[in-house]
Design a protein around this ligand. Sequence first.
Ligand SMILES: [Zn+2]
Length: 374
Amino acid sequence: MMRNSFSLGTIFGIELRADLSWLVAFGLVVWMLSAHDFPMNYSQLAPGATFGLAIATAIFFFASVVAHELGHSLVSARLGLPVPRITLFIFGGMAQLSREPQRPRDEFLIAVAGPLVSFALALGFGALAWAGPGVVGLPLTAFGRWLSTVNFALALFNLLPGFPLDGGRILRAIVWGLSRNFKAATALAGMAGRLIAFGLIGWGLLLAFRGNWADALWIAFVGWFIEQAASQSVARVALQDTLAGHTAREAMMTDCPRVGPAMTIQKLVDEVVLASGRRCFPVVGGNRVTGLITLNEIRAVPREEWATTTVGTAMIPLKELKSVSPEAGLIEVFEQMTEADVNQIPVVENGQLVGMVARDNILAFLQARAALGV
Ligand SMILES: [Zn+2]
């Protein structure tokens, strides 16, 4: 989902990325402020100044979104659940937790941290606006007032009690803490999320009937996004439930085509990749596996160099690879793949590669079990 993204740098050891869709959001905010909000409310501002101010305000708006996500991430890291990256996309920001919190209290603290940051920012920007044109000048007043309102709205919206919003996580943490039933708590928060989503879509339709197309589309889109995310998070918990108790050994494939380090990329593609339909290939030097080459590494080599580059130079050496043991639980395997942002992970026992687990294998494993009713 987040494949088309670029890095904006690292903050507190967390990678900050922006999805391409975020550029649309940035453009929309600048346009809305410079063409609509600022000229309407502050007609004394010169048009040139309005545009510069709109850009500065948009930058601080997205910095506020990042601060909100950092609130979640830093509390999460403090509780032993590191967050590898934060991604900005069209509907805001997303801190990617590598694992679900194991205790209701942790989930509550992580969820509540984001809205608290937004409330604090609303107060800070509000103080700036409150100082007024006489003290900080009209542009800073306009800047402070808009950012204060928006951060306040961001905090309130995120506190709506449905998945995947922060309020939904808070609701789940409370129900989970009281009932000790994680699955039921997730189902409830997911259902509440879908209700909120349908409410937003309905509101969007109502606005459309009144001819307010711009707001209608936006609200309906947000609703649709929440609906998707709510369904997905319920599905993910169901998946975890099914995976519980199963190990990497049960789902791994042991018949990955092995290749030599001296083979060229061109030969690998022509004779192994296309013929086998597989996506990853252990590289064997001497008698042991020394590395792994996947479609990602192949793609990283420019096509005109395929004939001259060898597998040995393009592969990832075994010692740099994240791996799991055959007895690792499938849930943990899934989490490791998410954390490393890869589609497959080697299974290593006593320094020897014994198999590979790919996302597809886990799906196939689940489907086979479902088909047999076991
Ligand atoms: Zn949040």
